[in-house]
Design a protein around this ligand. Structure first.
Ligand code: NAI
Ligand code: MG
Length: 349
């Protein structure tokens, strides 16, 4: 019997629609002979929609998105500094609202250096790690405010929220993932300075470690972790960290493993209460939008994460292998859709 998966597609702004088109092509190609059918529903959300209607994410949008099994998103946001978007707050009002409402407490960001990928590292093969970034807490929750604004005594507070419940569930996920990989887990924080939250992260990691004697655990301060990500990235298997550190580390991780055009991510609700969302790490890249210059690989690798999440590991591996083979053979510049087509040709080979 055929299985139907309802998929919400949010192409978004800038290069978002260009890369999502290629991701959808790959999804269609890899599942064409399988017994899974994707019922896709497209949602117009982002800076473009805001400029047209004044809406960022309505309750009706949220309800309609929630009715799906999973979500793919291109990128949302306009040109930074565009005065027309001053009050839109796309990042908070759309992206973070989705992640928080859908309880995406695992932000999964794999980094693998493929043979032939551009970047500062020359020895491919052994750089293969995953950052498990906490997705619903930290300084991103919007717990704060400003007073005496515009005066010399202006005060701005942005409080980092860390709960034992929130840390424990993401730490458990990271340990289980490490157990299925190379059994190594690195906690990244700044426990020497952020003693309250860092102390709690460290304590919970120590506690959960008792249940996973197979996993070797170590700890790095976030500043030291940035050094090792550049000088010795093969030392990492699974990194678990908070929302802010994970955001910053994963851009760096992307840059050292072939560039932001290759970095995929999943915003995951492991409990399955809400649909998980898969998206490239990059943004809407207004500087190259509409020119077919964007690399759709990150969006296509996000499809591999989606397929794995949906319990279709064979299809997921086929997408990853096709991307791997394509990267190894790339030379010269290509358009966005030429890259999508080249990956599909590898799938069909
Ligand atoms: P960005 O990731 O959009 O662009 C940074 C640089 O990387 C640019 O030079 C861009 O051309 C390049 N780049 C990005 N993706 C690429 C790709 N697939 N192929 C080739 N080059 C690529 O980050 P930026 O400029 O900080 O943000 C632009 C907009 O995107 C802003 O409105 C921002 O808020 C939004 N944004 C949205 C995200 C999302 O939807 N998840 C994530 C990050 C930013
Ligand atoms: Mg980021």
């Amino acid at each position: 019997m055929s299985r139907v998966v309802k998929l919400a597609v949010i192409p978004g702004d800038g290069i978002g629609p260009e890369v999502v088109t290629e991701a959808e092509k790959v999804l269609d190609a890899v599942t064409i002979h399988s017994d899974v059918t994707f019922e896709k529903k497209h949602f117009s959300l982002g800076a473009g929609r805001y400029l047209e209607t004044g809406d960022t994410l309505t309750d009706d949008d949220l309800a309609a998105i929630c009715a799906n099994d999973a979500i793919i998103l291109g990128a949302v946001g306009g040109t930074p500094g565009d005065p027309r978007l001053k009050d839109a707050n796309i990042e908070r009002g759309l992206l973070l609202k989705l992640r928080f409402t859908l309880d995406h407490y695992v932000n999964l960001r794999p980094s693998k250096l493929y043979a032939g990928a551009p970047g500062p590292l020359s020895a491919p093969g052994d750089v293969d790690f995953v950052v498990v970034r906490e997705g619903t807490e930290g300084p991103y929750v919007g717990n704060g405010g400003a007073i005496r604004v515009g005066t010399p005594h202006e005060v701005a507070n942005e409080t980092s929220v860390n709960t034992a419940y929130g840390i424990e569930r993401v730490v458990r996920y990271a340990f289980e993932l490490a157990g299925r990989r190379r059994q190594k887990l690195t906690l990244v924080h700044k426990t020497n300075v952020l003693v309250h939250s860092g102390g709690m992260w460290q304590r919970i990691v120590n506690e959960v470690a008792q249940e996973h004697p197979d996993v070797v655990v170590d700890y790095l301060h976030v500043d030291a972790a940035t050094i090792f990500l550049v000088t010795n990235p093969s030392r990492f298997d699974v990194i678990v960290t908070d929302n802010l550190f994970g955001d910053i580390l994963t851009d760096l991780a992307g840059a050292v493993t072939g560039g932001i055009g290759l970095a995929a991510s999943g915003n995951i609700n492991p409990d399955g209460t809400f649909p998980s969302m898969f998206e490239p790490v990059h943004g809407s890249a207004p500087d190259i939008a509409g020119q077919q210059k964007a690399d759709p690989t990150a969006a296509i690798l996000s499809i591999a994460l989606l397929l794995d999440h949906l319990g279709l590991p064979e299809e997921s591996i086929r997408v990853t292998r096709a991307v791997e083979a394509d990267i190894a053979a790339r030379d010269g510049s290509r358009t966005t859709s030429q890259t999508g087509d080249a990956i599909i040709a590898r799938l069909q080979a």
